[in-house]
Design a protein around this ligand. Structure first.
Ligand code: 4AZ
Length: 431
């Protein structure tokens, strides 16, 4: 043993020793240690690289069409925000979760997400995205056939649903394609686009792409109000934003979370102010802005969903208000988009004598923090009060409208209640 070791050391010392003597200044022993260290580092690096490339985990995405023959397609399923669409998507996603969790791909399966429901020859066809994490050294064809095999078992084992999975319909898709699919759908959050749950809404400064539907409504190129993108040509905002100027030629809309460097600026073609807007009482404080040419949706610019007409909002639910408004009444606005979490407050509580004493009408909804604090303020007007459903799809439930100062206890923000105006929005835009 000892002899062997000695021999090894001698070989290393002897080799570079000649180099050392050639330069005349390096101690052969030091050079030997350096060489040994170099070889060890190189070995470890190569080892790690081989291990990572061969055994490291990588995300793989697949798309599959499931034919559900015993669910009838109804017009309710046209809208991804209808309770029917949500319930069916949830049922399918839960079934996928249970199926893969009970399969030999339990450890590799990450998430299922229904992106589309359309009428089939028989029943409905649901397009599902599936995310897995496989070791890099697994074979692509074998991954696909393992998934197909598990899905084919659904035929006999899909709870209340009768599912037909035609063979060969599991397709691997690149992450960019998943993004392109989700960007076209309304209300896709950044965490959805990677089919992960990894969103942390922390602090109050937003990051790029966090609120892709948020726009800045600008009067002569200066931020005046918030607005929210509901299609590639229409935005929702507050009527009171146009109290002084309603000529579309003086208005433009910018997208991107940093005001000073917008990702896009688009001119305004038309402005539709609710005909019954009353400045004194803030009633019907809602307006539509039509863009001069549609925007192309990107990861950082795309539309939010609209809630159903007269859909109820649960009191106490958590919602987010976003905007470039001031941090206190009379203050100046900010350059980087901010976000605040608020809770929905019942209209009865909001109309209490110590609160707004009856000024909150059925086209309004209140939201704030129990003791005050987080709130919308001047410059946030027209921006969204957004809420995510259990599938992490966001809808605009409110539009920042009014309130007594900002963040005071018993004086929450008052928002235009979008479900109350849903039919008006359809009449005006066809959405
Ligand atoms: C405003 O002046 C304003 N705290 C907007 C919202 C609120 C207060 C004022 C709500 O545009």
């Amino acid at each position: 043993m000892d002899d062997d070791l000695l021999g090894m050391v001698q070989i290393f010392v002897l080799g570079p020793g000649r180099v050392a003597s050639a330069t005349g200044s390096l101690n052969p022993f030091v050079v030997g240690i350096l060489v040994v260290a170099g070889v060890v580092i190189l070995g470890v690096t190569i080892g790690l690289l081989v291990h990572f490339l061969a055994f490291g985990q990588k995300s793989y995405l697949y798309q599959s069409d499931l034919q559900i023959t015993n669910v009838e397609y109804t017009s309710q399923l046209d809208s991804p925000t209808s309770s029917e669409y949500r319930a069916l998507s949830r049922t399918i996603e839960n079934l996928m979760n249970e199926t893969f969790k009970a399969s030999n791909l339990a450890r590799q399966f990450r998430r299922a997400h229904v992106v589309r429901i359309r009428p089939g020859d028989q029943g409905v066809i649901a397009t599902v995205l599936l995310k897995f994490q496989f070791k890099r050294n697994t074979n692509g064809a074998s991954r696909k056939s393992r998934i197909e095999q598990i899905l084919s078992q659904l035929h006999n084992n899909a709870g209340t649903m009768t599912i037909d999975v035609s063979s060969g319909n599991v397709q691997p898709i690149p992450p960019e394609t998943v993004q392109d699919i989700l960007i076209r759908e309304c209300g896709s959050s950044p965490e959805l686009m990677t089919l992960s749950y990894e969103r942390i809404i922390a602090g109050t400064e937003a990051r790029a792409g966090d609120w892709p539907w948020q726009a800045s409504l600008q009067l002569n190129n200066a931020h005046h109000c918030g607005a929210v993108l509901i299609s590639n040509t229409w935005l929702l905002t507050a009527a009171h934003c146009f109290r002084s100027v309603s000529d579309p030629r003086q208005w433009s809309v910018t997208f991107g979370y940093i005001l000073s460097s917008p990702e896009k600026r688009v001119n305004v073609r038309s402005i539709i102010i609710h005909p019954n807007y009353i400045a004194g009482t803030h009633e019907n404080d809602i307006a539509l802005v039509e863009l001069n040419g549609g925007v192309t949706f990107t990861r950082n610019i795309h539309r939010i969903c609209l809630p159903q007409a007269n859909q109820d909002i649960p009191v106490g639910a958590s919602a987010y208000v976003t905007g470039w408004g001031s941090l206190q009444p009379g203050g100046s606005g900010v350059n980087v988009l901010r976000q605040g979490e608020v809770q929905i407050i019942s209209t009865d509580d909001c109309n209490a004598p110590e609160s707004y004493n009856g000024a909150v009408t059925s086209g309004m909804i209140c939201a704030g923090k129990p003791g005050g604090g987080t709130d919308a303020c001047q410059g946030d007007s027209g921006g969204p009060l957004a809420m995510a459903d259990s599938r992490q799809i966001w809808s605009v439930w409110g539009i920042v409208s009014w309130g007594y100062e900002c963040g005071l206890p018993n004086k929450p923000g008052v928002y235009t209640y979008v479900p109350y105006y849903r039919d008006w929005i359809t009449q005006q835009t066809g959405l």
